[in-house]
Design a protein around this ligand. Structure first.
Ligand SMILES: *[C@@H]1O[C@H](CO)[C@@H](O)[C@H](O)[C@H]1NC(C)=O
Length: 314
């Protein structure tokens, strides 16, 4: 009865053989854009003279997270889409679940801190430099990383100590907790409760901090008399609010749905949002309206172009 499989099979996005090449091409494109966009943001923030501030530190950290998040899901998806063998080893499955949960949680808290950073900058500008120094930001982000990577250990242990004997077909395109719980032959109510409670505490804290920060920001902006001042303050925040809505929208839909509406197809569609789409859009959304980032990018690309021209001449 206590059998546990050595490998799991990831059913993937579709079982239709004619759709596979299409899935492969679309996700390869998305993945390429994700990698390029996020690497570019990290480089730009590192070299930009005006970008040595907490906001950009967190932005580049977000890109760092997105880079690894999509890398823990998409390459395996691409390989499995093309190959006959759709399996993933037990350890691979553990690692995939561990990293997606740890990075997802880290992203959630980094977004919350970014909101708080904007709140201090807009509502409390005189104290900004004492409250948010780069040193404090490094300490906070290290704390967030350490916390989430230890917290996920707990989820991984809970999930993989379960006996799996029903089937090893994971009805998903990567190893995620809900479809794995589905495969266990033991009743998973206690595990679900433990996961929900600890997940809700972290998620709720992040969500409340984010919500309070942006509520305060919007109140403050509405009180500004000049419309140019309002526009300027809004322009940095609209992009943040876009990213946050995209992110929380899909998580809430995935985890806080009434049980009756549970459907595997819907789950997969929503998961595409936070595993594939958000990591691609984050750098685009953040840089498209940001002149500092755009300026540094242009300079960087020009310089790259020049050096490659010089190399070609030589
Ligand atoms: C993000 O933060 C972590 C923890 O402080 C750090 O180790 C990592 O280098 C940072 N990454 C970037 C790109 O800023």
């Amino acid at each position: 009865m206590n059998q546990t499989f050595a490998r799991f099979v990831l059913i993937g996005l579709s079982t239709d053989p004619y759709v596979q090449p299409l899935i492969f091409i679309i996700f390869l494109l998305i993945y390429t854009v994700t990698i390029l966009g996020n690497v570019l943001i990290i480089i730009v923030v590192r070299i930009g003279i005006h970008l040595q501030t907490p906001m950009y530190f967190f932005l580049s950290n977000l890109s760092f997270i997105d880079l690894f998040f999509s890398t823990s899901v998409v390459p395996k998806l691409l390989i499995n889409t093309l190959s006959e063998d759709k399996s993933i080893s037990f350890l691979g499955c553990v690692a995939q679940m561990y990293f997606t949960l740890a990075l997802g949680g880290t992203e959630c808290l980094i977004l919350a801190i970014m909101g708080y950073d904007r709140y201090v900058a807009i509502c409390n500008p005189l104290h900004y430099n004492t409250i948010m120094s780069l040193r404090i930001c490094v300490i906070i982000s290290t704390g967030i990383w350490v916390f989430n990577f230890s917290n996920s250990m707990f989820y991984a242990v809970i999930t993989f100590q379960l006996p799996y004997c029903k089937s090893n077909d994971v009805n998903h395109y990567f190893c995620e907790m809900p479809p794995l719980f589905h495969l266990s032959c033991k009743d998973t109510l206690m595990e679900k409760i433990a996961v929900y409670i600890s997940g809700s505490i972290v998620g709720l804290c992040a969500f409340v901090l984010t919500l309070l920060s942006y509520a305060q920001i919007i109140f403050t902006i509405l009180k500004i008399r000049s419309t140019t001042g309002q526009k300027k303050a809004f322009s940095t925040c609209t992009s943040h609010i876009c990213v946050i809505s995209l992110y929380y929208g899909s998580i809430v839909f995935m985890y806080l749905r009434p049980r009756g509406s549970y459907s595997v197809e819907k789950d997969r569609a929503v998961a595409i949002f936070y595993t594939v789409i958000t990591p691609m859009f984050n750098p685009i959304i953040y840089s498209i309206r940001n002149n500092e980032v755009k300026g540094t990018m242009k300079k960087l690309l020009k310089k790259e172009l020049q050096t490659s021209v010089i190399k070609i001449r030589i």
